[in-house]
Design a protein around this ligand. Structure first.
Ligand SMILES: CC(C)(COP(=O)([O-])OP(=O)([O-])OC[C@H]1O[C@@H](n2cnc3c(N)ncnc32)[C@H](O)[C@@H]1OP(=O)([O-])[O-])[C@@H](O)C(=O)NCCC(=O)NCCSC(=O)C[C@@](C)(O)CC(=O)[O-]
Ligand SMILES: NC(=O)C1=CN([C@@H]2O[C@H](COP(=O)(O)OP(=O)(O)OC[C@H]3O[C@@H](n4cnc5c(N)ncnc54)[C@H](OP(=O)(O)O)[C@@H]3O)[C@@H](O)[C@H]2O)C=CC1
Length: 429
């Protein structure tokens, strides 16, 4: 039975865990029967039989319900216990995404300096070849110049009042009492620092204050959510003293804006706001991208700027999401934030002796600590970049922007040269 084989492999992979007693087939069958009869719940298994065995039983349960033999889902080396404490519920195994790399990529940032090999997890054939080509040409031209131009994480609750007059009173109080709000917010975290509350939007009798924090090397969504909840309590108390009753309708009122594309994040920034640029000589463009600076500028203007404008897109770029997505999967970022990282602008400027090319990414929520960055494989990828843990999130941000620059440059070159379909038919099907 596959699961028994997988159990043995999991056991070998976790030799250090001496307390683990592998569950017997008979016991698995008995518990699965109880699950089917709804005598116990799948998420209660962790406490009843331990995390490792819970994964095995749940997998058997899913096999029974679906009739699918899960030959691959049960093969993994991750330690279930920390994953189930912080990263996942109802765990049944792991999916594998092929991991490759592009590089070396020379980055001349404020925090990231040197040559980097970029780990990328993807199933899109031709993507890594393309980013690799971008890395190669950027590095031949001296490297990418990258800077972090903004750093903040936001949470914006909806607070209901009884009238527009009360809403205005609340807005004014928030704007006049920043220090008090900051003290309360920061009482919940060592690294979260409230930098401003902006904007404070009124709609009818409701108020949407957007609390903006720096969150150190964490992406910060748990941190700012916990801090904002405490501030909402303060606001309720303070308003009550004035005889104004307010009510937090929802801790997130979509003005944050988390995990959705939005103009406010494009303009104000969220997560790390990053820029990377490179200058390529005409000879390099001709030799390595098989096209001209003029052709790349023309494609960029008509595709990334005008094409995007026609359809009201918030992504004035070709494929930020490709590079962000592959890097996020590899390094344990929250995959839903790819939607934010997909926004931004690519510029291409044909100059006398070559091409100025840049990418601006206003909204890239990333971390080198917390969330999915602790998962073993993702942690290794961050280490490959020299970016795991404390003090590394801005360095990581500059590398992310530089990798996006490589992807944009190569795709712009391929489109200008008419090579896109050929590349994908050769490498992707
Ligand atoms: C495919 C290439 C790179 C060929 O490009 P080429 O210039 O014909 O290749 P080459 O054989 O001359 O090699 C040039 C460099 O490419 C790299 N390279 C070349 N082959 C490989 C490979 N097998 N594995 C790894 N790296 C490879 C490598 O860096 C090499 O340099 P070297 O290291 O040899 O000095 C090029 O045609 C290309 O980049 N095409 C664009 C493909 C692309 O960017 N796809 C992105 C996904 S498309 C999509 O999802 C989004 C989209 C398009 O819908 C968004 C939109 O609407 O715009
Ligand atoms: N709650 C929500 O609404 C949402 C949650 N998420 C999820 O939130 C998670 C990310 O939240 P996030 O708050 O980043 O991570 P964590 O919840 O993992 O919190 C980070 C922890 O690291 C500590 N820490 C230690 N060193 C540092 C350092 N150098 N910089 C920053 N923090 C440090 C923080 O301590 P301290 O706080 O004391 O500083 C905090 O306890 C992801 O799993 C994501 O999927 C995503 C979207 C929404």
């Amino acid at each position: 039975m596959n699961n028994i084989k997988n159990n043995n492999e999991n056991k070998e992979n976790n030799e250090k865990n001496v307390e683990f007693k592998e569950i017997k087939t008979k016991e698995i069958d008995e518990i699965v029967e109880k699950l089917i009869k709804k005598e116990i719940k799948v998420y209660q298994l962790d406490k009843l039989i331990g995390e490792k065995n819970a994964v095995i039983v749940r997998r058997n349960y899913i096999e029974k319900l679906s009739g699918v033999k899960t030959e691959h889902i049960g093969h993994y080396t991750l330690d279930e216990k920390p994953a189930m404490q912080k990263n996942i519920e109802n765990m049944i195994g792991a999916v594998q995404v092929p991991l490759g790399f592009a590089g070396p990529l020379i980055v001349n940032g404020e925090y990231a300096q040197g040559e980097f090999q970029i780990p990328l997890a993807t199933t899109e054939g031709a993507l890594i070849a393309s980013i690799n080509r971008g890395c190669s040409i950027i590095s031949k031209c001296g490297g990418s110049k990258a800077r972090v131009i903004g750093d903040k994480m936001t949470r914006a609750p909806i607070i209901a009042t009884k009238s527009v007059a009360d809403a205005l009173e609340l807005k004014n109080w928030i704007e006049d009492n920043f220090d008090k709000i900051k003290e309360v917010a920061e009482s919940t975290t060592r690294h979260g620092k409230l930098i401003n509350v902006s904007p404070v939007i009124i709609v009818g009798k409701n108020v949407y204050p957007r609390f903006c924090f720096t969150t150190g090397d964490a992406m910060g969504m748990n941190m700012v959510t916990i801090a904002t909840e405490k501030v909402c309590g303060l606001l309720e108390q303070e308003m009550a003293q004035k005889g104004i009753i307010i009510n937090t309708v929802a801790l997130s009122g979509n003005v944050c804006v988390d995990k959705k594309p939005s103009a406010i994040n494009l303009i104000e920034g969220r997560g790390k706001s990053i820029v990377a640029e490179v200058f390529l000589t005409e000879e390099m463009v001709n030799t390595y991208l098989k096209t001209t600076s003029k052709a790349i500028e023309y494609v960029n203007t008509n595709k990334n700027l005008i094409g995007s404008a026609i359809v009201n897109s918030l992504g004035f770029n070709a494929h930020f999401a490709n590079v962000i997505g592959a890097l996020f999967l590899a390094t344990g970022q929250d995959a839903a934030h790819v939607v934010e990282g997909s926004m931004g602008i690519t510029t291409a400027e044909c100059q006398e002796d070559g091409l100025y090319f840049s990418v601006t990414l206003p909204d890239v929520p990333i971390a080198t600590i917390g969330g999915g960055t602790r998962v073993e494989t993702q942690q290794e990828c961050l280490k490959i970049l020299g970016c795991s843990g404390n003090g590394n999130s801005k360095k990581f941000a500059e590398i992310v922007a530089s990798a996006v620059l490589a992807g944009e440059l190569s795709l712009a070159g391929a489109l200008a040269a008419g090579h896109l379909a050929k590349a994908h038919s050769e490498l992707g099907r």
